[in-house]
Ligand binder design. Sequence first.
Ligand SMILES: NC(=O)c1ccc[n+]([C@@H]2O[C@H](COP(=O)([O-])OP(=O)(O)OC[C@H]3O[C@@H](n4cnc5c(N)ncnc54)[C@H](OP(=O)(O)O)[C@@H]3O)[C@@H](O)[C@H]2O)c1
Length: 297
Amino acid sequence: MASESPFLTRYVLNNGLEMPSIGLGTFRMRQADIIVETFDEALSAGYRMFDTATAYNNEGLIKEALETLLPKHGLERDDIFITTKLAPSDHGNERVRAAYQRSLDLLGLEYVDLYLIHFPGTANIPANDMRNFRMRDMTWRTLTEMYDEGLINSIGVSNFTQRHLDEIISSSHVTPTVNQVEWHPFYHDYDLLKFCKENDIQLQAYCSFGGSSHDNNELLNNPVVTQIAKKHNATSAQVLLVWALQHDIAVIPKTTHPDRLKENITLQFKLTPEEIKALNGLGERNMKYAWDPKAVT
Ligand SMILES: NC(=O)c1ccc[n+]([C@@H]2O[C@H](COP(=O)([O-])OP(=O)(O)OC[C@H]3O[C@@H](n4cnc5c(N)ncnc54)[C@H](OP(=O)(O)O)[C@@H]3O)[C@@H](O)[C@H]2O)c1
């Protein structure tokens, strides 16, 4: 296991469930051997949370990896925290139940710890179409029923704006435990963070390094980031993760490299208020790498 990191902790969600502050993202991990090797190294390094989604097409491969690796590492199912997500094509009533069951079957699990609505919009419906709102409402109602039935440990959302969250909170008896959103120095929203803190919704950052779909070196190589890293004898990646964690935002960096797996979970320095301010200042760019939910009705 990697040496102690003060940021490797567990956040208590609004339903009492504990979620690790640092997890492993798995977007674009689709090769069986790479998933086994990566999860093996990740478990050795101390990762206990794994983030997947129906859309990543790797739930079945993760099942195979966990079947071998949990016994190898002396771990039980309850020692790890698994998140998966409902695909935008599965919004609705019965579709949601069927989609969840499909994910469970693929993952070889009886429940997941966190089931997220991946995106507020429904596949093949234009962003400004009111059907998005109705489908999302149906989806959340169904998820709350499934949660009440004890089928899921916790339910949450992803890519929800404050408006989308407001609608859910005012129409439902269950507040989402987590909102997983794009969050890095080039793209962050303090109003959303404040709203989530006030409503006891845990923010979880994705694309901490600028994502794996684009040329992400711009963020990792940004001079403000590299200079702060140098001062702390750390890497840019570590600075970006600590910056999120010091805002009490969970992180799920993705890597398949053993050295980076360790690097991303071994965070042993704190940023000064001035350094946080300098990193926050990069948000003026408003540079978004992943899909944008703002226009979704
Ligand atoms: N809810 C959503 O809509 C949504 C959207 C996007 C992502 N996600 C989730 O969030 C996770 C993280 O986001 P992401 O995968 O898009 O991007 P990310 O974590 O920002 O960046 C991953 C990229 O950074 C590289 N990297 C990792 N550690 C590094 C290090 N220490 N130094 C230098 N480069 C490093 C990786 O390359 P190597 O693998 O080659 O190391 C990969 O190319 C995803 O895997 C997924 O689970 C959710």
